[in-house]
Structure formats: structure tokens, C-alpha cells
Design a protein around this ligand. Structure first.
Ligand SMILES: *[C@@H]1O[C@H](CO)[C@@H](O)[C@H](O)[C@H]1NC(C)=O
Ligand SMILES: *[C@@H]1O[C@H](CO)[C@@H](O)[C@H](O)[C@H]1NC(C)=O
Ligand SMILES: *[C@@H]1O[C@H](CO)[C@@H](O)[C@H](O)[C@H]1NC(C)=O
Ligand SMILES: *[C@@H]1O[C@H](CO)[C@@H](O)[C@H](O)[C@H]1NC(C)=O
Length: 512
């Protein structure tokens, strides 16, 4: 989950939006996307698939099965790399009596404030309890078949002068053991690199990214990757993917330098684990520029892209139907991207369309929604006259209205319709939280705004135009569109879905 440098982050999502919205060449600067562009015919067809899956307050759906991707995943975030928004209680212990400037905001400052012995005590308890075998079983029972495990480098390579504590590996191996028993596949994800690759709290250290500034950091990163890949090789029936680095900042470093690291990491990972998925993050570049990050010689490679609609001033102003339409708009260029050499997964997405969630913008920071996010906006941006982080936009889901829960379900269905049909797969962020309903997979399934799998829905209306119109023939995008067209009844729907998934992701399926 991205969460620091707010100006940078706003720019990131804005660029993605602009890229997805047929931005004119060079239109990557400060302006927001033209609202008129958000409802072009190009964007419309996919969004029309997504409106009728929820029926009344019960959130009941009909039982025609919807095709699903090879990877249907959940992130096990906030465990081996703690984040204030996922488990605020770890951080709230510091609130009383502290000078605000001294309150920890990330795992680095958390560990520094407690000292290694107490930090280790608290973190071991956290590793032991925040994710349990029961959680993994619930995920699997609801159709999740993969988990992505974010890990900080300090689990494998920490120095005495860093405050971080290690000791995570036995807990990670316990997760692998449970996953093997339950039948889940695993992606190990290096989420924090030495020096911080992005300066977000979710890299372990909020502030200025230093990672690529020193060869020592790169060597340590490669050392960590060799140990993670060693684990993957040892657990080769369970660990099927290695994400070499989460969200490196392309605002901080040249893309060619990040690509240089990706290439070095490729040689290392492939040398140790010949058929594990080699997974790279897109550095927040749009699909049109993804070829600059990918070497043609790579095999079994997957591109990871993250799609959120609330870390951005403009997107926070959008109403519910605009958010649903934006799903297809943001996916448009991904669907057009030639995925024959590298498959695509959405490694992070959620049900959130506001940034009210406690600590979601970083501990000590406000929201765009209410206009309290200093340096980003001083006027409320929500799509209502009265912007308040309460009720539907608060943290207590028992106060959510039926209308809002139906919207959440429609928004999730809209996303899954695209990611399931078009891509190798997806990972919801996050498997659970302490009090962030829109970010909590297990809560969403329990409450009905996230579907169980096999996913069910009313048969979809025909896809009429552009998703096949300007695609390269033979692309998975086209087969996705034709699948919907061929889907005449429940039985045919399921059969065609299975066939289509095999065709669209045959390379991926061979791995599963
Ligand atoms: C961390 O990685 C560096 C660079 O490869 C290596 O020299 C060092 O021994 C490693 N430290 C630990 C604790 O493994
Ligand atoms: C939502 O926003 C869109 C785009 O700004 C607008 O066309 C539409 O009328 C709005 N819908 C509602 C229900 O306000
Ligand atoms: C704005 O919304 C809050 C929370 O729903 C409510 O308490 C407050 O009275 C509202 N203010 C106005 C002016 O409507
Ligand atoms: C959530 O809201 C319900 C209904 O208003 C209330 O009974 C409950 O105490 C609230 N929970 C918390 C943790 O505030």
C-alpha cells in the first residue's frame, strides 16, 4: 500500500488516471483529467457489466458463475512489515504524553522508540497472532488460492545500528506450512529495501528514499533476494512467485537505473529458482511505458500494478457511479498492453473510495475527504456539500447504510470483472485490518460486499463495442470480450469461462 510522499503519490495516481484516459501526449503535468473524458464510449462497455450484481439489502446474487483468473489472491500485509493503518493499536500506545514529533510513524521509528528487546517482544506477539491458520482457511474457503506476503529486508539482513528486529523467518515458514496444508500458493514480496525504495511508511521507513543512492543498499537487497529465493526453492511446491521489490520510486530514480536492478535481480532469482514467477512492480508507470521495464529474455515474468482510486485529489471528488466507471477507464491501457511476453497481476486494490481511514495517509495526517491533509488540500474534496468521515465514511461498519454496502459490492464486482477476465490475477489489499472496513477482505466477505468464490452474478449484458474493436487480434482482451458474448446460459457460462481462462493464461496455469 502506498502511503507517504503525498505530492508524489497524488501525482502517481493522477498519471495513471491520465494515462488511462487517453491523455494527450505529454499531458502528464499538473492538470486533472478532463471529466468529459471519463465517460467516453471506450470506457462505457465494461462498466455496464457491473451494475446489477446486488439485489436488495441482502446483497444476494444469482448463481451463474463468473469466470475467474488463475490467481485470486489476498495480501498478508501489515504482519512482517507493520503499517499504522492496518494495526493502529501498535502505534496508539505512543499517543499519550508524547511530543507529536516523537510519535513513531513506521516500523523503523516504532522499533527505535521501544528498543530492540521490547520491540522484539511486541512484534513476536504480533507475528504470532495477527495471521493464523484460521485466517488462511477462511480465505481458502472463500475461494482465495494465492497469498502475497510483504516482507521487510530486515527479516534477512539487518545491521546492529539499525533499530529493526529480525526473527520473522520461522513465522513466515509457519505460514508456508499452513499454505501447503490448505492448498494456497504464495508470492513472497520484498516490500521494504535498505534505505527505503519509496519513502512510504509501508517500506518500513517514511521519509526520503535512499535505496538506489548506494551500491551497499543494492548489494544488501540482492543478498535478501537470494535468501528469499532460497526459501522459494526449498518450498517450491508452495512459493510460486518472488516480487523483487514493491513500488520503487520512479520520481526519485531514472527508470533505466531501476531496470538495471530488475535485470540483476532476474539473473539472481532465475539462477536459484528456474520456474518461480519473477514479479516486478511497474514503478507507477502506465502500461504504454511498461516495455521499458521488461527485458525480452525474461521467462515466467509478471508485471504487478496497483490500482487505487483515493490517493488523489481529483478521484476523491468523484461520486459513486464515476468510481465504477473509472474502473474500466483505469484498466483500459492494461487491457491493450501486449501481454504475450509478460502477464499482468493487480497486486493491490481495495474497496476504498475515500481517504478517511485512520492513518491511511500516514500517522498524524488528515484526509483529502475532509480537507485536512496539510500540503495537499485545505478544502474538503468529498462529492457532497457536507464532508465528514463518519457514518458510511467512518471506521464502524455496523453504521454503514444498505446503500453504501451495495455500492461497495458493485465497486468490487466492477474491479473483479476486469481483473478476472483480462489478467493473470489479483491480490486484494488486505486480508484483514483492525478497523479499516474497505481494506479488509475477510470482513468484506463476511458482510457481503466482497463476493465469495466461485464468484456468482447475474448473467452479464453483451459487451458491445470497443473492447474488441481496437485490440490486437488474438489478445486475451479479445478472448475476454468474446467469452462474455458467448455466455448464453449458466452452464455455457461456466464452461466457456474455464476454457477462456485456460486460453488467456495457459502459461500461468501450467504453474498452478
Ligand atoms: C547483508 O548483505 C551484505 C551484502 O551482500 C553482506 O555483506 C552481509 O554479510 C549481509 N548481512 C547479513 C547479516 O546477512
Ligand atoms: C456523478 O458524476 C458524474 C460525472 O461528474 C455525473 O455525470 C453524474 O450525473 C453524477 N451522478 C450523480 C448521481 O450525481
Ligand atoms: C454534517 O455531517 C455531520 C455528520 O453526518 C453532522 O453531524 C452535521 O450536523 C452535518 N452538518 C451539516 C451542516 O449538515
Ligand atoms: C459501532 O456502532 C454501533 C452502532 O451505532 C455501536 O453500538 C458500537 O458501539 C460502535 N462500535 C464502536 C467500536 O464504536
Amino acid at each position: 500500500m502506498k502511503s507517504l510522499d503525498l505530492a508524489v503519490r497524488a501525482a502517481s495516481v493522477l498519471l495513471l488516471a491520465q494515462a488511462a484516459v487517453h491523455a494527450s501526449p505529454g499531458a502528464v503535468s499538473a492538470s486533472k483529467p478532463e471529466p468529459a473524458l471519463l465517460s467516453t464510449n471506450d470506457a462505457a462497455p465494461l462498466s455496464t457489466l457491473t451494475t446489477s450484481t446486488v439485489d436488495g439489502d441482502s446483497l444476494a446474487v444469482s448463481d451463474a458463475e463468473v469466470e475467474t483468473a488463475s490467481i485470486r489472491g489476498a495480501n498478508i500485509g501489515g504482519v512482517f512489515l507493520i503499517e499504522p493503518f492496518i494495526k493502529p493499536s501498535l502505534f496508539d500506545q505512543f499517543l499519550s504524553g508524547s511530543n507529536p514529533a516523537d510519535i513513531p510513524v513506521d516500523e523503523w521509528t516504532f522499533s527505535a522508540a521501544l528498543g530492540k528487546a521490547e520491540a522484539r517482544r511486541q512484534l513476536e506477539e504480533h507475528w504470532d497472532t495477527f495471521v493464523t491458520r484460521d485466517h488462511l482457511e477462511s480465505l481458502a474457503e472463500n475461494g482465495i488460492n494465492w497469498i502475497r506476503i510483504p516482507i521487510g529486508y530486515w527479516a534477512f539482513n539487518v545491521t546492529d545500528d539499525e533499530p529493526y528486529v529480525d526473527g520473522q523467518v520461522p513465522y513466515i515458514e509457519r505460514l508456508l506450512e499452513w499454505s501447503r496444508d490448505i492448498g494456497l500458493k504464495v508470492e513472497l514480496d520484498l516490500h521494504g529495501a535498505p534505505g527505503s525504495q519509496n519513502g512510504y511508511d509501508n517500506s518500513g521507513r517514511r521519509g526520503t528514499p535512499e535505496w538506489l543512492h548506494s551500491r551497499v543498499n543494492v548489494d544488501r537487497t540482492l543478498d535478501v533476494l537470494s535468501k528469499m529465493t532460497g526459501l522459494a526453492a526449498e518450498w517450491s511446491d508452495v512459493v510460486r512467485g518472488i516480487q523483487i521489490l514493491n513500488e520503487p520510486s520512479r520520481w526519485k530514480w531514472e527508470v533505466k537505473d531501476i531496470f538495471g536492478f530488475y535485470n540483476e535481480a532476474y539473473d539472481l532469482v532465475r539462477g536459484l529458482a528456474p520456474d518461480v514467477y519473477f514479479m516486478i512492480h511497474d514503478t507507477f508507470l502506465g502500461p504504454k511505458e511498461w516495455p521499458t521495464l521488461v527485458a525480452p529474455r525474461w521467462t515466467q515474468a509478471l508485471m504487478d500494478t496497483h490500482i487505487y482510486q483515493m490517493f488523489d485529489n481529483y478521484m476523491v471528488t468523484m461520486n459513486e457511479s464515476a468510481h465504477i466507471d473509472m474502473v474500466a477507464t483505469m484498466a483500459e491501457d492494461i487491457v491493450k498492453f501486449d501481454r504475450s511476453s509478460i502477464g499482468v497481476v493487480v497486486g493491490e486494490f481495495s474497496a476504498a473510495t475515500h481517504d478517511c481511514t485512520k492513518y491511511i495517509n500516514g500517522l498524524g495526517r488528515g484526509s483529502r475527504w475532509e480537507g485536512t491533509l496539510q500540503g495537499v488540500t485545505d478544502k474538503p474534496l468529498c462529492p457532497f456539500a457536507n464532508c465528514s468521515c463518519t457514518g458510511d465514511y467512518g471506521s464502524n461498519y455496523t453504521e454503514f447504510s444498505g446503500h453504501y454496502k451495495r455500492f461497495l459490492r458493485n465497486y468490487i464486482d466492477a474491479q473483479l470483472d476486469v481483473y478476472d477476465q483480462e489478467l493473470v490475477g489479483w491480490f486484494f489489499w488486505n486480508f484483514r485490518t483492525e478497523g479499516a472496513p474497505e481494506w479488509d477482505y475477510l470482513l468484506g466477505v463476511e458482510q457481503g460486499w466482497i463476493p465469495k468464490f466461485p464468484r456468482t452474478a447475474v448473467p452479464k449484458p453483451e459487451v458491445s463495442s470497443s473492447s474488441s474493436g481496437d485490440d490486437e487480434s488474438g489478445s486475451a482482451a479479445q478472448s475476454g470480450a468474446s467469452r462474455s458474448r458467448l455466455c448464453l446460459g449458466e452452464w455455457a457460462c461456466g464452461a466457456v469461462a474455464v476454457l477462456g481462462t485456460v486460453v488467456a493464461a495457459s502459461a500461468a496455469l501450467a504453474m498452478l
